[in-house]
Each structure stands twice: as structure tokens, then as C-alpha cells.
Design a protein around this ligand. Sequence first.
Ligand SMILES: *[C@@H]1O[C@H](CO)[C@@H](O)[C@H](O)[C@H]1NC(C)=O
Ligand SMILES: *[C@@H]1O[C@H](CO)[C@@H](O)[C@H](O)[C@H]1NC(C)=O
Length: 345
Amino acid sequence: MKLLALLLFCNTASSVKYSLKYFLTATSGLPDFPEFVASASVNGVQVGYCDSNIRTAEPTQDWMKKLVKDDPQHLDWYSEKCFGNQQVFRANIDSLKQRLNQTRGPYILQRMNGCEWDDETEEIKGFNQYGYNGEDFIALDLQTLTWIAPKPQAVITKLKWDAEKARLEHNKNYYINRCPDWLKKYVKYGRSFLQRSVLPSVSLLQRSPSSVVSCHATGFYPHRAKMLWRKDEEEFHDGVDKGQILPNHDGSFQTSVQLNVSSVKPGDWSRYDCVFQLAGAETDIITKLDKKVIHTNSVSLSEFPVGPAVGAAVGVLLLLAVFGFFIWKRNSQGFQLADSEETTN
Ligand SMILES: *[C@@H]1O[C@H](CO)[C@@H](O)[C@H](O)[C@H]1NC(C)=O
Ligand SMILES: *[C@@H]1O[C@H](CO)[C@@H](O)[C@H](O)[C@H]1NC(C)=O
């Protein structure tokens, strides 16, 4: 598991209004983790879930529950896909294992696919990419309708998949038509939820007087947000570490930004503040760096994730997969690809 570094794909370009993303994760050799986990999210909020233990797709937001009540076939489609992809992913892992001569697990194959829709410009963008054991694997370029292999070892597979014209056409049709159609349908049902704007509560946390000060925001929506430290009203970068935007279980988000205060002179503290900016919100939340408002209770502090080194990788993997986030590592040594892929989306 030490192979895994965690990078969360949760930022979207600010002009994008809506996104529908599917996260599929198949594992082998992780005893306490379902062999297959899939989730759907709209604007970063999980709306549906299935795994190999429950064997059926479930809506996870009230407005999705209403949608599938009005259209039960919609849920059946997902349940079928969940089961079908489980078989395909398992076969893919088996063939990858063999091809790469890997004798020790765990093995993790992931796909992130979906589409984005800007309701102002009507621009639509599809994406479909794979990762294996936390590394970039192969991605579809919908403009040229070809597969992109980031590693030389994957070129053979790329050429093979590029020759499968019918599948490419199917993909194109899916990402240009069906995926955005469904996204629009979801947005119709979830509009008030998806268009809400909720500011977080922000607090300053510090483990011990010599530790970094973490400015932590939780409970905000949507997930397009920015957090930074300023000195004399100017953005400050020295000793600043920005955290990822992470999902809360209630559909809101949290994030943090740390400041190394060891080189800040005691008299200079008041020159610093932490700024939280939510996309679309008019006011920022500004918190002055002030010893008096810092929470230092180390017990409650440990509940807050600090940066990507959150803890045991499996626990994080489970959490992220359940919430539909992606575990991915770039720039590692090469690997080869499985030949087979699912033929439907
Ligand atoms: C696969 O691994 C085994 C055991 O380490 C080794 O004997 C064999 O030569 C390897 N095969 C390939 C194709 O790398
Ligand atoms: C904070 O800065 C000090 C001095 O520049 C450095 O020695 C220390 O390692 C830094 N701490 C962290 C957690 O980065």
C-alpha cells in the first residue's frame, strides 16, 4: 500500500457549472475492502453507490431517491452496470497481474469517467481515464477519438484499443449525448441542493506551540473554494501548505491551509490572516492569526485530516472510494495495460 500516494481529483475549472463523475474501483488482495466499489457524483457530491457486497445500486441523496422512484429503470441500469463492470474489472486485474508478472498484491484498478456541462455556454466535455495501482494508466481523448498512453509500455494497448472503432464511436456517443442528458436530468431534480451556497465554519488549529497553524474550514458547498494565508493583505506562500478539498458525509466539504509559524515573530502575528473564498459567494471569511482563538486540544485536533498524509492508506482508500474520490499517483515507473476493457459505458 505504500505505493499509493493520494491525489484527489475534485477541482474543476471555475467556468464549469455541473459535472457527473463515475468512480469505479476494483481491488484484489484487500481482505476488508469490497472487491468492487462504484459511485456516481454530481458536482463532487455522491449521488449513488454500489459495491460487490450490496450488489445493487443505491441513490444516496434525497433528490436522487425521488428520481429513481419516478424512473425505476434508471436504477436497474446502474445495478446491471455495477455487476457487469465488476466482472470486467476483475478480468482486467487478472490479466494485468499476469502480464506484469506481479505476484504480490494488493492490486487496484480504477476508472474515472463522466462529463461536464456548462449551462451558460452549453459546452460539454467528456472524460474517461484509468489508473492501475495508483498510477496513470490510459485515457481517452475524445477530440481525436484515440487513447492516450502516458507510458511507452502502454503503446501496444493504445494501438489495440485505437483499432476498436465501434467501441470508440460508442464512447463518443455516450460522452456527447447520454452522459450530459443524464447530468441535466440530475440537475433538474437536485437543483436547489446543487445551487445552494453554504459558507463553512473556520477555525485555527495547532497541535502544540511549535507546530504549524492549520486554518480549517468545514461545511461549505459547493466544492469550488480557495483558501490561503495573507501577510499584510497580500497572499503569502512561505511555509504555507494547502490541503485538498475533501468531502464530508453530509454532502458538504472541508479543506485546510497550514502556516509554519516558527519563523513568524510574536509581534508580527497580527499581520497574518487566513482567507476562505467560496466560488460564487460575495464575502470571504477572514480569520486573523491570533493565539487567543487557536484551538490546541490535541485530542480533537487529531480528528482533522492534515494534508494528504492522513493515515493508513487502506482506511483512506476505503473512505475515498466510498465517497467517490480517486486514488491516483503520477510520474511513477512504467507498467503495461490489460488488453480487455469494458465495451459498454
Ligand atoms: C516472472 O516472475 C518469475 C518469478 O520471479 C520469474 O521466474 C519469471 O522469469 C518472470 N517472468 C517474466 C516474463 O518476467
Ligand atoms: C518550519 O520552519 C522551520 C524554520 O524555517 C523549519 O525548521 C521547520 O522544519 C518547519 N516546519 C515544518 C513543519 O515545515
